[in-house]
Design a protein around this ligand. Structure first.
Ligand SMILES: [Fe+2]
Ligand SMILES: [Fe+2]
Length: 488
C-alpha cells in the first residue's frame, strides 16, 4: 500500500522508473499548468493592459514555447481528477491540487476536456483564448458555443477538444458515438470544401484544419472505433468518404511509424485533400461508367497538379503547407519513380506521399465505385500491395499498414472453421495473433442470422467455447451484407 503521507512525486522518487524525458515533461507540464493558472487569475482581476497581466501572459507563452520545442505539440487532457500532458499523467502533490483543479474547471465549464497547443501559439492567441475561457459559458451547449466564439478570433494554434472525445477510453458505446460524430462531421467538411471549390469560391482552411485535428485526436485516443468507421462506405458519397478514409488510414499509419502530433496534422491535411484536384475535372469523366479513354485518363492524371494548385489558392495558411502539398502532388508516384506526374529528374516521393499512397490504394481498391463494380477483398489488396512491386508501394509502409490492420482488416467478412460467417471488428493488439482478430458472428453454421451478433475475440475464446479460426475471407455482397451496419 502506498503511504498517504508521501506525495505522489515522492513516491515516484522512491522507486518507480521514470525516464529522463518523462521527468522533463513532468516538470514542464507542471510549469505550463501553473503559468495557465496564474494568467487566468490575473486576467480575472486586472484589465488586459495591466503590467501584471502582460507579464503573466509572456511567462505562459515562454513556458509553452519551451515545452513545444521538445515535444512538437502539447495536449493537455483532464480525466476525472487526473491531468495528462501528452498522455503522461502529471504527478501532482496535494498542495498544488487546487491550482491544477482550477484550470481543469475553467476548461470543463466550456465542455473542454482537452487542449491541444501547437507550435506558433503566441501571446495574442493565448490572450484571446483565455478571455473566452473566462466568459460566461453557454448553459445549453457550452462546447459548441465556445468553438463558435473561438472561430471569430484568429486563434488557430490552440485547439479545444470536447470532453466526450477526450475521455472515451472507458465506455465502448461512447467511444463509438464519438468516432461516428467525428466521421460524419469530417465527411460534411470534405463535401462543403469540395463543392465550394467546384463553384470556384475561395475556401478557408480553418474548417479543414479543425476536422483534421479531430481525426488525429480520435486516432490517438480511440483508434479502433474511428478506423471501424472507414467501413461505412457510401456509394453516392464516394469522393468524400474516400477522402476521409484516406485521412484516417494515413494518420493511423503515421502514428504507427512514430510521427509526432504536428506531423500527424500535416499528414492528415494532405491526406484529406489528396484528391481535391478532382473538383477541377469534368464530372462526366469522374462519374463515367466503364473504362476511360487514353485522353480521359491523361486528363484525370492532372488531378495531382490541380490539387497542388488548389492548395495554393486556399486562404488561411500563414505560409504554404509544403508537406501536405507534396503529399497531394506525389500520391500517385511509385517508389521506383513510375506513376504520375512524370518527373524530369528521378525523385523519391516523400514519406507523407508514400503513406498517403498506401492508404489511398487500400481504400480505393476495397471500395465499390462507379467505374469499378467489383471491389477486392481487403486481405487480397494487402497481399497485392505487399507482393506486387509493380504497384509501386513502399514495402516498409505496407508492412506497417499490415501490422496495424492485421491480415484481416476491420470490415472483412470471414468464414470461420465452424462455418459461421463473421465480420472483423477489431485487429488483435498482439502481433503474434494477427490472424486472430475480434469478430462479430452474424450467421451460424446453418446460415441462420445470429441475433444479436456474437462478439468473439478469436485470440481469447470465451471459457468452454471451441477455439475458432478464420478459413477465408468472402465477398459481403454474396450474402447481401452491408458491413457498415455492424459498426453503427
Ligand atoms: Fe488520387
Ligand atoms: Fe484517392
Amino acid at each position: 500500500m502506498s503511504n498517504p503521507h508521501l506525495s505522489q512525486s515522492d513516491a515516484s522518487a522512491a522507486g518507480e522508473q521514470v525516464s529522463a524525458d518523462d521527468r522533463e515533461l513532468q516538470r514542464t507540464g507542471r510549469d505550463l499548468l501553473f503559468a495557465l493558472y496564474a494568467s487566468l487569475r490575473v486576467l480575472r482581476i486586472y484589465p488586459l493592459e495591466n503590467q501584471t497581466v502582460q507579464n503573466a501572459l509572456a511567462e505562459l507563452d515562454a513556458v509553452g514555447a519551451q515545452t513545444l520545442a521538445t515535444e512538437g505539440g502539447i495536449s493537455l487532457r483532464y480525466v476525472g481528477d487526473f491531468v495528462f500532458v501528452n498522455d503522461l499523467r502529471l504527478r501532482i502533490d496535494l498542495g498544488s491540487f487546487a491550482t491544477y483543479g482550477a484550470v481543469g474547471r475553467a476548461l470543463r465549464q466550456h465542455g473542454i476536456g482537452q487542449l491541444d497547443i501547437l507550435p506558433g501559439a503566441g501571446v495574442a492567441e493565448w490572450t484571446a483564448f483565455l478571455a473566452l475561457l473566462l466568459a460566461e459559458p453557454d448553459p445549453e451547449n457550452p462546447f459548441a458555443r465556445f468553438v463558435e466564439r473561438l472561430g471569430r478570433t484568429t486563434v488557430s494554434h490552440l485547439v479545444p477538444v470536447p470532453e466526450s472525445a477526450a475521455d472515451v477510453a472507458s465506455d465502448p458505446d461512447d467511444a463509438r458515438e464519438a468516432a461516428k460524430r467525428t466521421y460524419a462531421q469530417t465527411v460534411a467538411v470534405a463535401r462543403e470544401v469540395m463543392s465550394e471549390m467546384r463553384m470556384g469560391r475561395g475556401v478557408s482552411v480553418r474548417r479543414v484544419k479543425r476536422a483534421v485535428q479531430s481525426i488525429v485526436d480520435q486516432v490517438l485516443t480511440n483508434e479502433t472505433s474511428i478506423t471501424g468507421m472507414t467501413t461505412l462506405r457510401d456509394y453516392d458519397e464516394y469522393t468524400f468518404t474516400h477522402s476521409v478514409n484516406v485521412c484516417i488510414f494515413s494518420v493511423a499509419l503515421g502514428k504507427k511509424l512514430g510521427l509526432n502530433k504536428q506531423q500527424l496534422y500535416d499528414l492528415g491535411l494532405g491526406a484529406l485533400l489528396h484528391d481535391v484536384g478532382k473538383v477541377r475535372m469534368p464530372l462526366e469523366v469522374i462519374n463515367k461508367q466503364g473504362p476511360l479513354t487514353p485522353d480521359e485518363r491523361d486528363l484525370m492524371q492532372e488531378h495531382t497538379v490541380e490539387g497542388l494548385l488548389a492548395l495554393f489558392d486556399m486562404r488561411g495558411f500563414a505560409e504554404p503547407p509544403l508537406r501536405p502539398m507534396l503529399g497531394v502532388y506525389e500520391h500517385h508516384i511509385k517508389v521506383d519513380g513510375g506513376g504520375y506526374p512524370r518527373s524530369i529528374r528521378p525523385r523519391n516521393p516523400s514519406l507523407f506521399s508514400r503513406i498517403i499512397a498506401v492508404a489511398d490504394g487500400f481504400d480505393a481498391a476495397t471500395t465499390k465505385r462507379s467505374y469499378q463494380s467489383t471491389p477486392w477483398l481487403p486481405d487480397r489488396v494487402l497481399k497485392e500491395m505487399r507482393d506486387n512491386p509493380a504497384r509501386g508501394m513502399d514495402p516498409l509502409v505496407v508492412k506497417a499498414f499490415i501490422s496495424m490492420t492485421g491480415i484481416y482488416p476491420v470490415g472483412s467478412v470471414v468464414i470461420l472453421d465452424t462455418y459461421e460467417l463473421a465480420v472483423v471488428t477489431a485487429a488483435s493488439p498482439d502481433p503474434e495473433a494477427f490472424h486472430l482478430p475480434t469478430v462479430r458472428v452474424i450467421y451460424d453454421s446453418m446460415g441462420t442470422p445470429v441475433e444479436p451478433p456474437l462478439t468473439v475475440d478469436l485470440a481469447h475464446p470465451p471459457a468452454g467455447a471451441p477455439p475458432r479460426t478464420i478459413i477465408k475471407t468472402t465477398d459481403p455482397e454474396r450474402y447481401g451484407i452491408h458491413v457498415g451496419d455492424y459498426f453503427v
